[in-house]
Design a protein around this ligand. Structure first.
Ligand code: CA
Length: 676
C-alpha cells in the first residue's frame, strides 16, 4: 500500500456522506475535453482471446506511438520468452497481434511507447486471470475453472428489490476468529463449509447465514486489490480492498494459492455456488471510481491521461479522496464499467453490485449499467453510495448522487437520512439519535420509514440531511444504520450511551434495526451486528488486524437473545409484504402516521400499515418506536390485536399473546408491533 493512499484514505470515511459542493459549470475540464474525440472500441475481445486459431491480443491505446506484448513462463519472475510487436488500427484505436498457438499456462504484459519511451509493463485493464500480486496477466482456460454443476447454477430470483435483505461481509471478518470453527479462514472457501460451529455449538459460516435468513450477502471488494502482499500471507495483513488493481480478476489473498491464477477464480466460483445452493445471492462491492495508483495504474500505463479525470491544468482530480477519480463520462471508461460488471454477472453469476462513491460516475453510465445487467439477469440488484468524497470536474447535475436517483432506472441509493437520524451522526461518536434518546430526529426517521418517497404526512423541510422526497419509488432506497465504514452499531452505542448499562445498548440496537427492517425500501445490515459484534471502538478499520475486525462467534451464545431478535425481525419482514411495498402511491395510501407532537413527546413514532397493504394477510399492522430512555404510553385503537413485538421480544407467529388495545406502555429503547 502506498503512503499517499493511506493518508488520503483516512479522509474517505470522514467525508463519506452528505457532503455538498459548489456547482461546477462545466461537464469536462479543458484538459479532459481533448479525449472526447478519441476513437473507441466496444468489442468483447479486448486484450486477450484464445480460440482454435490461436491466441489474440488487442490493446486499446489510440495515442500510443508503439505497442508490444511480452510473454512469460512465470507470473512474477524471469525475462520475457518472447516479445510480440503489435499493429495499429487507427479506426478503433487498438493494437493487435496474434500467434497460432493456444498459450495456456503462459503470462503476458503489455507495453506502450509514449513520448519516445517504452512505459512500464502492465497486465492491461482486462486481465481476467493474473499471477501473484496481479503483476502479469495469465492465459488460462476459464472453462476449466467452473465447479461441478456450474452450468445449472443461479442465484435467487428477485421479484422486487424491496424483497432483498442485504448482509454486508468481509471474508476475513466472517471466518478468521478461532471461534468460527471454519478451516479455510479468510478465504473464499470459508463460505463453502457446512456444519461449522463455535466451541459452544452455535452455527457459524454459511449455516449461520441460513439460520439468520438474509437473502443476499454483499461481499466487500473481492476483485484483485493492491494492498495485501500475496507472497507474504503469513504476515496476516488485513484490508477492506478499496484500492483496485485488476478489476476483472479475483483477489489472490482470498484464495488458497495466489500464485496459481486459476485457483482464485475456481474458489470464488465455488463460494458463489455454495451460497446459491443455500438460496443466498452474492452482491459484489465494486470500486470503479478510482485506482490504487495514479501514474502507475494499469489505466495510465495503457492509455495515458484517458481513464482518469483531471482539472483544467492537468492535475488529477480527486473526488474519491484516494488520489484520483475515473472518467465514466468518457466512452471507453463507460464501456469498461458496463462490460466489467457484465463479465462478473456472466462468468461468476454475481447477483448484484454495490457501487462505491457512485456519484463519481455519471447518471447515464449507471443507467446503462443497470439496463445491460438486466438483460443478463433481471434479478440483479444495483445500488450505491449516492455521494462523492471530494469535488469533481463532473457537473453535479450529471453525478449519480442520491438526489439524482430519479434520473436513473433500477438503481438504488443508501439512505444516510435514516442512518444518521436513528443512531446519531457519523462524524460525532458521542452524538445520539432517535433510537438512543436524542429528540429532534423524528421527521428524518419518518423520511426513512417512507423510503424518501413523497408522503402527505412527512415534512421534508424538517429533514436533517435531505430536504425533499428524492425517491419516486421505495425500490430506489437502501436503509441501514451501519456498514463497514464509521463506527459499527455496537461501538456507536458504546460511545454514545457511555455510562448506561449494556442492556440498554442491546435494546437500542434492536430498536435501531427494527426501524430499518420495518421501513419501506431495502434493508441492509453489517455482518455480526446480530451477535453484537464490535470493532473495539475503531471506526476506520480498513487496515487494522484481525484482532479488531474478526467476529468473535462466542458472542452468538453470549448474545443469543439478540440473534433471535434479528432472526425474528427478518422472518417478520419476509412473511409480510406490507413492509415491502413497491410503489410510492402504495406507501402514501397505506402507511398512515399517528399524530404525535414531537415537541411534547419526543422520540415517539407510531404508524399503521392499513388495508392489507401490498396484499398482506394482516388487515392492519401497528408499528410504534419509543427511542426515549423512559417508558412512553400510546393509545391504541380498541380491537383484537396480536402482539408481534414488545419490550425487546419479537415473534411473527403470535406467541407473545394478544391485546385489546387502549393504553399500552412501550419500554425504553424498544418497538411495539401489533397486528390484526
Ligand atoms: Ca491482490
Amino acid at each position: 500500500m502506498k503512503t499517499s493512499f493511506i493518508t488520503t484514505f483516512m479522509t474517505l470515511t470522514v467525508m463519506a456522506s452528505g457532503v455538498s459542493f459548489a456547482p461546477v459549470a462545466f461537464s469536462q475540464s479543458k484538459f479532459d475535453s481533448q479525449f472526447v474525440g478519441y476513437p473507441t472500441y466496444s468489442g468483447d475481445d479486448l486484450e486477450l482471446t484464445v480460440d482454435n486459431s490461436g491466441s489474440h491480443f488487442r490493446l486499446w491505446s489510440p495515442k500510443a506511438q508503439d505497442a508490444r506484448v511480452n510473454i512469460y513462463d512465470n507470473g512474477h519472475t524471469g525475462s520475457p520468452t518472447k516479445t510480440l510487436p503489435m499493429i495499429f488500427n487507427k479506426d478503433n484505436g487498438t493494437w493487435t497481434v496474434s500467434v497460432p498457438e493456444k498459450l495456456y499456462g503462459k503470462f503476458y504484459t503489455f507495453q506502450i511507447k509514449w513520448n519516445g519511451e517504452w512505459k512500464d509493463e502492465t497486465p492491461g485493464v482486462w486481465a481476467k486471470a493474473v499471477g501473484v500480486n496481479g503483476l502479469r496477466a495469465a492465459i488460462i482456460d476459464l472453462d476449466k475453472t467452473d465447479p461441478e454443476g456450474w452450468d445449472k447454477d443461479h442465484g435467487p430470483e428477485v421479484k422486487n428489490f424491496s424483497d432483498v435483505i442485504v448482509y454486508e461481509m468481509h471474508h476475513r471478518d466472517m471466518s478468521m476468529h478461532p471461534s468460527s470453527g471454519i478451516a479455510n479462514k479468510g478465504k473464499f472457501l470459508a463460505m463453502t463449509e457446512k456444519g461449522t460451529h463455535s466451541p459452544s455449538g452455535q452455527k457459524t459460516g454459511i449455516d449461520h447465514l441460513k439460520e439468520l435468513g438474509v437473502t443476499h450477502v454483499h461481499i466487500l471488494p473481492s476483485y484483485d486489490y493492491n494492498s495485501v502482499d500475496e507472497m507474504n500471507l503469513q504476515e496476516n495483513t488485513y484490508n477492506w480492498g478499496y484500492d483496485p488493481l485488476n478489476y476483472n480478476s479475483p483477489e489472490g489473498s482470498y484464495s488458497t494459492n495466489p500464485s496459481d491464477p486459476a485457483t482464485r477464480i475456481r474458489e470464488m466460483k465455488e463460494m458463489v455456488k455454495a451460497l446459491h445452493d443455500a438460496g443466498i445471492g452474492v452482491i459484489m462491492d465494486v470500486v470503479y471510481n478510482h485506482t490504487a495508483d495514479n501514474d502507475n495504474s494499469n489505466f495510465e500505463l495503457t492509455a495515458p491521461g484517458y481513464y482518469h479525470r483531471h482539472w483544467d491544468d492537468g492535475r488529477y482530480s480527486d473526488a474519491s479522496g484516494c488520489g484520483n477519480e475515473t472518467a465514466s463520462d468518457l466512452r471507453q471508461m463507460q464501456d469498461f464499467i458496463i462490460n466489467s460488471t457484465k463479465y462478473w454477472a456472466d462468468e461468476y453469476h454475481i447477483d448484484g453490485f454495490r457501487f462505491d462513491l457512485m456519484a463519481i460516475h455519471d447518471t447515464e453510465t449507471m443507467d446503462k449499467v443497470a439496463r445491460e445487467l438486466k438483460k443478463i439477469n433481471p434479478s440483479i440488484f444495483v445500488y450505491g453510495e449516492g455521494w462523492t468524497s471530494g469535488d469533481s470536474p463532473l457537473a453535479p447535475e450529471r453525478r449519480a448522487l442520491k438526489e439524482n436517483v430519479g434520473k436513473m432506472t433500477d438503481i438504488a441509493v443508501f439512505s444516510d437520512d435514516i442512518r444518521d437520524a436513528v443512531k446519531g451522526h457519523y462524524t460525532d461518536a458521542a452524538d445520539r439519535g432517535f433510537a438512543t434518546g436524542k429528540p429532534g430526529n423524528e421527521e428524518t426517521v419518518k423520511i426513512g420509514i417512507v423510503a424518501a418517497t413523497p408522503h402527505p404526512q412527512v415534512d421534508y423541510s424538517k429533514g436533517n440531511n435531505s430536504k425533499f422526497a428524492y425517491a419516486s419509488s421505495p425500490e430506489m432506497i437502501v436503509n441501514y444504520v451501519s456498514c463497514h465504514d464509521d463506527l459499527c452499531l455496537t461501538d456507536k452505542l458504546h460511545k454514545s450511551m457511555e455510562g448506561e448499562p449494556e442492556k440498554n445498548m442491546l435494546e437500542a440496537a434492536k430498536l435501531a434495526q427494527t426501524i430499518v427492517f420495518t421501513s419501506q425500501g431495502t434493508p441492509f445490515m453489517f455482518a455480526g451486528e446480530e451477535v453484537f459484534r464490535d470493532k473495539k471502538g475503531i471506526h476506520n478499520s480498513y487496515n487494522k488486524p484481525d484482532s479488531i475486525n474478526a467476529i468473535d462467534w462466542e458472542n452468538k451464545s453470549k448474545y443469543r437473545d439478540q440473534f433471535d431478535y434479528y432472526k425474528g425481525l427478518i422472518a417478520l419482514r419476509k412473511a409480510h409484504p406490507a413492509f415491502r411495498m413497491t410503489s410510492a402511491d402504495d406507501i402514501a395510501n397505506h402507511l398512515v402516521f399517528d399524530k404525535i407532537d414531537s415537541s411534547k413527546t419526543p422520540n415517539l413514532i407510531s404508524y399503521s400499515l392499513k388495508d392489507h397493504a401490498n396484499g398482506d394477510d394482516w388487515q392492519e399492522i401497528k408499528v410504534v418506536f419509543n427511542g426515549a430512555s423512559k417508558p412512553q404510553t400510546v393509545n391504541i385503537k380498541k380491537g383484537n390485536w396480536m402482539i408481534v413485538a414488545k419490550d425487546g421480544k419479537i415473534s411473527p407467529d403470535a406467541s407473545l399473546g394478544s391485546s385489546k388495545g387502549g393504553k399500552i406502555t412501550v419500554a425504553p429503547y424498544s418497538a411495539l408491533i401489533l397486528a390484526k
